[in-house]
Design a protein around this ligand. Sequence first.
Ligand SMILES: *[C@@H]1O[C@H](CO)[C@@H](O)[C@H](O)[C@H]1NC(C)=O
Ligand SMILES: *[C@@H]1O[C@H](CO)[C@@H](O)[C@H](O)[C@H]1NC(C)=O
Length: 340
Amino acid sequence: MTFLAHPRTALVLLGVLFALSRAAPTDVFSPSSTIACPRIPSIVRVNTTLLAFAEGRHESCSDGSPKSLIVSRSTDAGSTWSEPEILVGDSKIIIGNPMPLVTSSGDVLVQYITASGSAVGDANYMIRSTDGGNTFSAPVDISSFLGDFVGIMPGPSSAVELSSGRLLFAGHYGPYQFDLTWWSDDDGLTWTISDDKLEGMDEVAVVELQDGRLMLNMRTNHLDPCNCRAVAISSDGGETFPEITYDPALIEPVCQGSIVSVNDALYFSNPNSTSARVDITVKKSVDDGATWSDGELIWADAGPGYSGLVGGGVSETQGGIVFERSDDRGDVISFALYQL
Ligand SMILES: *[C@@H]1O[C@H](CO)[C@@H](O)[C@H](O)[C@H]1NC(C)=O
Ligand SMILES: *[C@@H]1O[C@H](CO)[C@@H](O)[C@H](O)[C@H]1NC(C)=O
């Protein structure tokens, strides 16, 4: 009765509760009749369009399932997403590890591998969009540039254009063998691969720091007692990495992670746990990764745990994250906003 007697108070209360509760994440990719299992998400922005990429695993969630490169687009800051489109693949071959990059000219490049199993790929390819991600070129085989390291598995997360204009990708060669970078100084026509192996490393995220140095942030198989992410810094545009260190603030359960730079800060996402793929969290650093915030919890429940970050421009105060979770449909890739 008190409630009915004060409808205005009740409405105000409801409004406050709504504002306090986190907006439910939006589905980007979910299981369908053609794609049993979407996995390995990444996200970039071109002007006001968000582009989410993933592997569309046709038969099962297994790494070795036939899989295609899929994309979904949002033009309303992630509120709604288009029907997934297969960019490359025919539901028989294995296409893996999409790693997108938006260049300063607005082109969207996506590199990926073709494979016959789940370890090292057979070849490396790239597609390019010059119309904001609406359409993409036919695949270009870039394997010949990668020498002994053909099949190196990009990211997964997004690649970077350095302030020098260099386009830089990073990847891992086989499980926990080594990571390498490769780059183009001619807008993606030709590529050069490093021979400075980061031994024992696996999936890798890459970001340019405020002072122009380059950071790799890497998954390991708990190589260090901190059970945390491995970090390597390059002062020569990503060509050499003098040492690998470990960042105890960035704990991990052995999983992929993502990192981006927005204005004067870095943002890092992964499952915030040393033992389980739970608690996908976005942490912030305002000192080039020397220290990190406790972070913002995005999704607590257990799931496959991979994520991809996009920085500014989603809104003034928010960035976007695509992340893997599980529900009664199977594995789902969702989108949520995080605070900058
Ligand atoms: C992005 O916006 C700029 C400035 O309005 C415009 O020149 C450019 O064509 C846009 N790019 C795409 C891919 O739509
Ligand atoms: C992340 O994990 C650490 C260590 O358990 C914890 O102190 C911190 O509060 C966690 N962050 C969030 C946002 O829950």
